[in-house]
Ligand binder design. Structure first.
Ligand code: GDP
Length: 363
């Protein structure tokens, strides 16, 4: 499944946040694999549609879509040159599909900052610089090979294009600018460089670890959001998140309300992470469970069936599809069918977010 790597300087609250992620008991029960890999936390994507479906179908349980978060050792200045855990950590983020940077905003004289004081913009710069340097190294290592390929296969258009893209990417990075997809430099086809697994190409999310009493400060939020735009910014207090993860739903809601929040930071992080990965969900419901399944945007009906079971994809015949909104408006599956709003879709159907589906297949 797709994963998001958590990076940041030491002492910014990464472990605290990660522990909160892995304390998600409700999920651990549904996802036993959550505990198999010690550095992977599986977080449910909040989805109020599931509770409604569960009520309508009298489902025994609710199973949300999930996002995997990977805890990656802290980055220090010089990591790209092998400082700290250096290359090990770089190898770990290379395997992730998106990167989540935690940035310290909280004040606590008892927790030292590696660079002396609290300065989010400098910290963001430090991490970005390390990622850029790592990508420069990757390109410098790959370029001689790409040049040989292009020379040897003078008629191979792709080899020429890959080389040109690698050179352009190197020029951009050399100016201290990342290749992030949000602001992709004009004229570089980053898809050609996919095999290099460049870090600054990956989608980014920024998590600002803020003191509770500053969480609701709109001025601070605006200032910090601006630092990272157009990437998404999330604001949370990692210490509170780890407390929230230990409370039951009602208690957690009460604590959140007392802080003027409606949703936990982790829930926001899961939602934003899910969207950043380019994913969407379709829904199934019955007496056993109401469940959200993860697919890529643009997935077809057979691909969606494959998310449930590969046999469903192989033997796909049809999908009976109802949109969630139509279903809720009608009040029951029977009523929505009577209203003529259930559609039989074939193998070319492109799934929409929130489709409620039943597959017909041969086994
Ligand atoms: P990491 O090195 O980035 O993994 O940072 P840790 O999660 O280990 O946190 C470093 C120290 O900061 C620990 O003593 C945490 O308890 C503390 N800490 C983490 N998050 C917060 C926070 O939001 N507020 C305060 N006051 N302390 C925090």
């Amino acid at each position: 499944s797709l994963s998001i790597g958590i990076v940041g300087l030491p002492n910014v609250g990464k472990s605290t946040l990660f522990n909160a992620l892995t304390k998600n008991d409700a999920l651990a029960a549904n996802y036993p694999f959550a505990t198999i890999e010690p550095n992977v936390g599986v977080v449910g994507v909040p989805d109020s549609r599931l509770d409604k479906l569960a009520a309508m179908f009298e489902s025994a349980k609710v199973v949300p879509a999930t996002v995997d978060f990977v805890d990656i050792a802290g980055i220090v200045r010089g990591a790209s040159e092998g400082e700290g855990l250096g290359n090990q950590f770089l190898a770990n983020i290379r395997e992730c599909d998106a990167i989540c940077q935690v940035i310290r905003v909280f004040n606590d004289p008892d927790v030292t900052h590696v660079d002396g004081d609290i300065e989010p913009s400098r910290d963001i710069e430090t991490i970005n610089t390390e990622l850029i340097l790592a990508d420069l190294q990757t390109l410098d290592k790959a370029l001689p090979r790409l040049e040989r390929d292009a020379k040897r296969n003078a008629k191979d258009k792709t080899a020429q294009e890959v080389l040109a893209a690698a050179r352009s990417a190197r020029d951009v990075l050399d100016q201290g600018v990342g290749l992030s997809v949000g602001a992709a430099p004009a004229g570089i086809d980053l898809a050609l460089l996919r095999e290099l697994n460049l870090l600054t190409v990956k989608p980014f999310i920024y998590v600002f670890n803020v003191d509770t009493d500053e969480l609701g400060d709109p001025g601070l939020r605006a200032k910090l959001s601006e630092l990272v735009a157009p990437a998404e910014a999330i604001f949370l207090d990692a210490k509170i998140e780890s407390e929230l993860a230990e409370l039951d739903d009602a208690e957690a809601a009460e604590l959140l309300e007392s802080m003027g929040q409606t949703e936990s930071g982790l829930a926001q992080l899961a939602r934003v992470g899910f969207a950043t990965l380019g994913l969407q969900t379709f829904l199934t419901a019955g007496p056993k469970e109401a469940r959200a399944w993860t697919i890529k945007k643009g997935a077809t009906a057979p691909e969606a069936a494959g998310a449930i079971h590969t046999d469903f994809q192989r033997g796909f015949i049809k999908a009976e599809v109802v949109s969630y909104d139509d279903l809720v408006e009608a009040g029951s599956m029977q009523a929505v069918k009577a209203a003529g709003k259930a559609r039989m879709e074939g193998k070319d159907y492109v799934m929409a977010d929130g489709d409620v589906v039943e597959f017909r297949f041969n086994v």
